[in-house]
Design a protein around this ligand. Structure first.
Ligand code: BGC
Length: 736
């Protein structure tokens, strides 16, 4: 991003502070967090400020030169000493994207509840589900004594092969923003802080430390940054974690335009910016750009804050006011969220209840993609079922890296990818102990349910031939630091599925994947259920959907391409310093927008997912009222109760010459047979607008807009149009 002018009038608007004061009042004081933070920082010594802005490693990494964590650290990713004499607690930081982690078993034997992957949460299209998952994680973290969670990943799934896609809330800025924001709000409802991360465009793992994610600024604002903006507005996270990668050549943690101009000025963000672990490369440039805290300084090439920051202050390269502001932002968030007034105290955790919460999330997030000849739901009176592959006798797959949870009940299966490495704890493929086989057996007690590991295709075919129904579990293990080489299922599973499908026409495939995969066998199988990584109760949730105890409620938060030739081409280039650049040529047209723009038909579109019942929609019209909205009627015209997820897209606007599609809003409903409801979907105005980077504003062009009511990005139900006058929306504000 280039540097940009200051717009003082907008800054003034953004400084209308104090919205979070009510949170503080619950802590017994009516003084705003701003005032309290200002007073506290005024009493701090320089050393106290410097110690607050330089974090330590909180986990026991088994490497000779890595220092042991402070005895005061509970033991997880990070630790920052507090200022006890002023009542400021130490920051006990833990990764908690999908559950509270325990890296390197630093807290020996401590376990936690694992939620389904973030893609599954996003597939619920349900902010309440994201909130409930976040609240559960936050509750466990608080009970373990943590007060700052490294959670809230809001990166878009821009690169379908990305290693961390399972941690990300999908490819659309509105859906991702709502899901990430609600998940953060859920965490912070426990009066502990959460980050939002990784700011911004950490879309791939290949070369993540050095690569530059390149695209025009307007495209950034309309895609990845819009997801963050919406998530920050909803979730009000304590902190923003800046990413490893560079953006248009500038390291994210040194990007003044990103951190100071967009985040803090345009959006009015009042919290602090912390670095990702090992993402800082400078003292002065980072401090001036807007980085407020160096995380786990020992992981950086050298510590950059602390002593070097004191030296920069002495030289006059960084001002006292800037250092005060760093401390102020940290302390302000701690007051605003309740961390100071309501410190966590260890309590017993009810893991059974929490497993059920994880199960609810899975129930809402698994997506039925195909169901020929009403193969599903299965009949509990089936005589024989063959369950094949992917350790389905033991558990369900999860994603690896810093988000990996040590599950209650222990790992059902653990495969170490690099056992000799001191970092092998991060490089593991783990199955959680929730066995789909056991759940299927429990659900069909009269049936003969055989298990075949799927490693010998001939044996699997024999098992499938002898059964009424064959259920093949397919896996695609993904982990932080490694992108997928391609979108095919690994381990010859395409061959396995083809062979089983040829032996049994009632073959059902259950996908446990980190994201989209190709399905060259799709026409041969009867049904496909996308189970993502389904979490602590995943095996049972899969059985609940297969047997129709609940209606499949999930809808795709990403596009499943037919093949990789449909994807934007990624040429890797080097810049003049020899560092990699990836030009994201699709710009703001991530995922389904790219497919629509190119008139390409994917295998399964964004927004798609089947129910066991059917719905009819009519009376579609532009709503009246101040907020633009589209209203319509939905009826359940099938025989079962079920979920409908009608979606509203922009299909044409005065500024676009080629076909476009942008999600403007949606509703999720549960209707009984014959039940009907009148619904109105309000429109998010920033999705009607284009971002004008020359004036720093969202611009709604005058003219006609076509809006499409649909059940996916391409399955249209009806169109309405409206004519809008020219309008400018501010770049941001209202986050604080
Ligand atoms: C990841 C972050 C994580 C941090 C601390 C980094 O490798 O990118 O998501 O919070 O480590 O574990």
């Amino acid at each position: 991003m280039g540097s940009r002018r200051l717009l003082p009038f907008r800054r003034a608007a953004a400084l209308t502070i104090g919205v979070l004061c009510t949170a503080t009042q619950a802590g017994g004081t009516t003084v705003s967090p701003d005032v309290r933070a200002r007073e506290t920082v005024a009493k701090m010594t320089l050393d106290e400020k410097l110690s607050l802005v330089r974090g330590e490693l909180g986990m026991a990494v088994p490497m000779p030169r890595v220092p042991k964590p402070s005895p005061s650290a509970i033991g997880s990713a990070g630790y920052v000493p507090g200022v006890p004499r002023l009542g400021i607690p130490a920051l006990q930081e833990t990764d908690a994207e999908l559950g509270v982690t325990n890296p390197f078993n630093t807290r020996p034997g401590d376990v936690a509840t694992a939620l389904p992957s973030m893609l599954a949460i996003a597939a619920s299209w349900d902010g309440d589900i994201a909130f409930a998952g976040g609240a559960m994680i936050g509750g466990e973290a608080r009970a373990k004594g943590f007060n700052m969670l490294l959670a809230g990943a809001a990166n878009l799934v821009r690169e379908p092969r990305g290693g961390r896609n399972f941690e990300y809330p999908g490819e659309d800025p509105l859906l991702a923003g709502v899901i990430a924001g609600e998940s953060i709000r859920g965490i912070q409802s426990n009066r502990i802080g959460s980050t939002i991360k990784h700011f911004a465009v950490n879309s791939q793992e290949t070369d993540r430390d050095y690569m530059s994610a390149d695209m025009p600024e307007a495209a950034l604002r309309e895609s990845d940054l819009l997801a963050f903006q919406i998530a920050i507005e909803r979730g009000r996270p304590a902190s923003v974690m800046c990413a490893y990668n560079r953006i248009n050549g500038v390291p994210a943690c040194e990007d003044r335009a990103l951190l100071s101009d967009v985040l803090k000025r345009d959006w009015g963000y009042p919290g602090w910016v912390m670095s990702d672990w090992g993402a800082v490369r400078s003292t002065v440039a980072s401090a001036l750009a807007g980085l407020d805290q160096e995380s786990a300084a020992v992981v950086d090439k050298q510590p950059f804050f602390g002593g070097p920051l004191a030296a920069a202050l002495a030289r006059g390269d960084v001002s006292q006011a800037r250092i005060d502001n760093m401390a102020y932002r940290i302390v302000r968030s701690l007051y605003a969220i309740g961390v100071v007034d309501s410190p966590p105290r260890p309590i017993r955790i009810d893991y059974d209840t929490n497993r059920r919460i994880a199960g609810n999330v899975a129930d809402q997030g698994l997506v039925l993609l195909r169901n020929q000849r009403r193969t599903l739901p299965l009949d509990a009176t089936l005589r024989s079922i063959a369950v094949i592959g992917s350790h389905a006798d033991k558990g369900v797959l999860t994603g690896g890296g810093s988000s990996l949870v040590r599950p209650v009940g222990g790992d059902a299966v653990e495969i170490k990818l690099d056992p000799a490495s001191p970092l092998s704890d991060y490089m593991r493929i783990v199955y959680l102990p929730s066995s789909p086989l056991a759940a299927i057996r429990a659900r069909a007690p009269a049936a003969r349910v055989a298990f075949d590991p799927g490693t010998d295709i001939a044996a699997a075919v024999r098992a499938a031939r002898q059964a009424d129904v064959a259920i093949v579990f397919a896996h695609q293990p993904m982990l932080e630091t490694m992108d997928a080489q391609h979108l095919s299922l690994p381990d010859s599973q395409d061959d396995l599925i083809r062979a089983v499908a040829a032996a049994n026409r009632r073959t059902i495939v259950v996908l446990e994947t980190g994201g989209a995969v190709t399905m060259p066998w799709i026409d041969d199988v009867a049904a496909v259920l996308a189970a993502w990584y389904p979490g602590a109760d995943g095996g049972a949730a899969i059985a609940r959907i297969l047997f129709g105890d609940i209606d499949p409620a999930g809808r795709l938060p990403i596009t499943f391409p037919r093949n990789e030739a449909q994807l934007p081409v990624r040429n890797s280039e080097l810049d003049n310093t020899g560092q990699p650049i990836v030009r994201y040529v699709e710009g703001a047209d991530v995922g389904y927008r790219w497919f629509v723009g190119r008139r390409q038909v994917p295998l399964y579109p964004f927004g798609f997912g089947m129910s066991y019942t059917r719905f009819a929609y009519d009376q579609v019209r532009m709503g009246r009222g101040k907020v633009a909205a589209v209203s319509f009627r939905v009826r359940n015209i099938g025989e079962r109760s079920g979920y409908a997820v009608p979606q509203l897209y922009l299909a044409n606007s005065p500024s676009c010459r080629s076909p476009i599609r942008r999600l403007l809003g949606w509703k999720k409903l549960y209707l009984k047979p014959g039940e009907r409801r009148h619904i109105s979907i309000p429109i998010e105005p920033r999705l009607l607008a284009d971002f004008d980077s020359s004036t720093d504003q969202w611009r709604i062009g005058a003219g006609r807009y076509d809006l499409m009511l649909a059940t996916s990005a391409i399955d249209e139900l009806a169109r309405v149009s409206t004519t809008l006058p020219f309008e400018l929306l501010p770049a941001g504000e209202g986050i604080n």
